[in-house]
Design a protein around this ligand. Sequence first.
Ligand code: TYD
Ligand code: MG
Length: 455
Amino acid sequence: MARERSVYRCQACGLAAPKPGTCPDCARVGTYVQLVEERAAPARGPARPGVTSTPPQPLGDIRVEGDGHRTPSGMAELDRVLGGGVVTGSLVLIGGDPGIGKSTLLLQVSRELGRRAGPVLYVSGEESAGQVKLRADRLGAPPSGLYFVAETDLQAVEAHVAALAPRVLIVDSIQTVSVPGLESAPGSVSQVRECGARLMALAKGRGIATFLVGHVTKEGAIAGPRVLEHLVDTVLYFEGEQHHAYRVLRAVKNRFGSTNEIGVFEMGAGGLTEVPNPSGFFLAERPKDAAGSVVVAALEGTRPLLVEIQALVTPAGFGTPRRTVLGADYNRVCLLLAVLEKRVGFPLQSQDAFVNVAGGAKVFEPAADLGLVLAAASSYLDRPLRGDLVVLGEVGLAGEIRAVTGLETRLKEAAALGFIAAVVPQSARGSLAGQPLDVQGVGTVDEAVRVLLAP
Ligand code: TYD
Ligand code: MG
């Protein structure tokens, strides 16, 4: 028995409300759309007579069959983010901006998965068979276990899955497939939710590893994200700048591994290639002995990443000085410039300041504070820091340098890349015995500027 009801549903987060307005959940305005939804008669309540559910079992006695089995995808960077390979029967959502390389990544891994796990079914609602074939050809020899269908009707997809019995299913994208019975358009929250739930049943019921592609909306959320994020096992975001070659795959949620891992790729003419040594990639074009350039060791989850911070401080024209920041937090940079002005005495009110993290990388960690301050100071004074130095430390408003987490991991990465010296918070200096680097502790910003940028 089904009843119809009219509801308003937020198209950004899926919250239902009796009337439109500002969404109380995600605070967006104008996202409510009126929908007529069919609601099945409540199936909850006491179990019907004659229906017995499985009795609770001691956890230790539960047998796991086939589940938890992992297949390497042929891309170690993806496997790492997934927690060690593609898990049988898992449902993975890959989100990212259009054009970032989601389809390319999945097409590339399907080749290897087709060889190792069995047939892979690639369903695209966005591209035609010809387009995908051309791309696949460009990426290498034709794979044997890879099947393709251009389809947007989920029922047809289910039929194809029943006929082909694939081990891996790729749906590109979840916003283009739809269930015919529902009134709302493909990509709407109800469609995304319904399709997600049915693909989940398919993945779990048949033990098919399923990848769903989700496009990110302008606000930075996967459309219908909340409804899918709690449903799927793993949520990955594929990030990067359109005009920079490097891409980062990041786990936001993972039932089969840690969310601390990232995978780094480079987009080139032959598709995506793995970047096992991202620090080397980011530092490859670093200018030698340039004022305003400082290397910091950031930490992405558990993975250290060396990046170059560049600052350009130039006399301002008339009026309020300009502050432009790319790849770091704008407010944090303004705060650090204020510390430099007040605690060291640089007249930055009369200076424009431009800060950029090279190669399109992003650092939002407080551990990069000292690097940002020194980059600005170095540019202002027009004196370079030594080129083989890596800088770490959080800066407080009093100009004090505070401790950072994971110092040893960061320093080890710097040493591995040929750095010779490091500047760290004074408080952490004592705990760094047996370091390969020549480590120097500093207590305040003033001291750091005096010691490192002496004429
Ligand atoms: P695509 O995987 O289609 O992105 P998404 O599925 O996330 O929308 O990637 C598209 C971009 O990648 C496109 O701008 C072209 C570029 N690209 C390359 O530079 N080299 C390649 O070999 C391929 C296949 C794509
Ligand atoms: Mg695509």
